[in-house]
Design a protein around this ligand. Structure first.
Ligand SMILES: NC(=O)c1ccc[n+]([C@@H]2O[C@H](COP(=O)([O-])OP(=O)(O)OC[C@H]3O[C@@H](n4cnc5c(N)ncnc54)[C@H](O)[C@@H]3O)[C@@H](O)[C@H]2O)c1
Length: 320
């Protein structure tokens, strides 16, 4: 099969891994990396045997796919340009910095699909490709009550967005996918600590159909933790994203009444970003359509927006 010609836009902390995977995949040829920071662009281009370009316009006619890993504030502008050029695109999460920009991207996609209905537009919600998460979904586990925690020490980047858009968005997207129902109401508290935006946030979500979740995100924690604990119908699941471990306990009928039975869960570890990009490449080549669509990523943004609004209200109350 003809290889997809790829450009990676933004090769910072995460984009370098996009470049590494695109340069090594059998499905792709990494035509160029694009970054306004010449030293960084040249460094990554050299490392992965490709060319550095200062702007995407220079390389756009030569590629089939653009992987966008530029800072979130640039997602909208770059995304619209890529769609106008009719290229497949995977956008890093969050889809956009604001709901208005997210909506504009969805509109641009609808326009581009008029010319090419097979255009693939994915979002990098890579936790969906975490093997432990995939196993949880394979088991058909539907959380009724869930507790998600995603905390880390301050990363010294993504300071232009709050911890909700930067970090919590992963769990919002995942919970929407797992529960399979829209969020009905949101109550949240949070405070800025090291940036002018909320750096630590706790949100309680109520889903249509009766599911609940509490979600905690912090970028000012002492150590890293990325976990999900959830109760479903007669089952409990505990998932560690970083370790790719999943424990499932089932409530079964025993000789002396209900008993709790641990279930062995075998997981084949894998790099979520690589699994995500390979699935995206396959979709671009007309194979299985397994990626996170822009529409679903936008729904996660909508919930993130509700969390932001609730945090604002609670902050006003706190400060009197
Ligand atoms: N999926 C995930 O788990 C995950 C993890 C980290 C970051 N991200 C997302 O990836 C994006 C980038 O984050 P990061 O941590 O790599 O940031 P970063 O600051 O480390 O890197 C961003 C890079 O983009 C370059 N850049 C700036 N403006 C640009 C433009 N207009 N066009 C192209 N490149 C440009 C910068 O020079 C820099 O090299 C953000 O949207 C972030 O939310 C996702």
């Amino acid at each position: 099969m003809t290889k997809l010609r790829v450009a990676v836009s933004g090769v910072g902390s995460l984009g370098q891994h996009h470049a590494r995977i695109a340069s090594a995949s059998e499905r792709t040829e990494l035509v160029a990396v694009v970054d306004p920071n010449e030293a960084r662009g040249r460094e990554i281009a050299g490392k992965f045997g490709t060319t550095w370009m200062a702007t995407l316009e220079e390389v756009m006619p030569k590629v089939d796919v653009v992987q966008i890993a530029a800072p979130t504030g640039f997602h909208h502008g770059i995304g619209v340009a890529v769609l106008k050029a009719g290229k497949h695109v995977i956008m890093e999460k969050p889809l956009a910095a604001t709901l208005a920009e997210g909506e504009a991207l969805l509109q641009a996609l609808a326009e581009a699909r008029k010319a090419n209905p097979k255009l693939v537009a994915a979002v990098g919600h890579l936790e969906r490709f975490n093997p432990a998460v995939q196993k949880l979904r394979e088991l058909g586990f539907k959380p009724r009550f869930a507790e998600a925690t995603r905390v880390s020490p301050f990363p010294m980047r993504s300071m232009e967005v709050d911890v909700i858009m930067d970090v919590m968005i992963h769990d919002l997207d995942l919970l929407l996918a797992l529960v399979g129902k829209p969020v009905k109401s949101v109550e949240a508290v949070g405070v800025p600590v090291l940036t002018k935006y909320a750096d630590v946030v706790n949100a309680r979500l109520k889903f249509e159909g009766g599911g609940f979740a509490t979600v905690t995100a912090s970028r000012v924690a002492r150590k890293k933790e990325r976990t999900l604990r959830a109760f479903g119908e007669n089952a409990y699941a505990s998932l560690d994203f970083a370790a790719q471990k999943l424990e499932v306990l089932r409530l079964v009928a025993g000789p002396e009444g209900p008993a709790v039975k641990p279930e062995t869960v075998d997981i084949t570890e894998g790099e979520p970003l690589k699994l995500e990009l390979e699935a995206f490449y396959e979709a671009c080549q007309g194979g299985i359509q397994d990626f996170v669509p822009w529409k679903e990523a936008f729904e996660a943004m909508r919930v993130a927006d509700q969390v932001q609004k609730s945090v604002e209200t609670s902050l006003k109350e706190m400060l009197g």
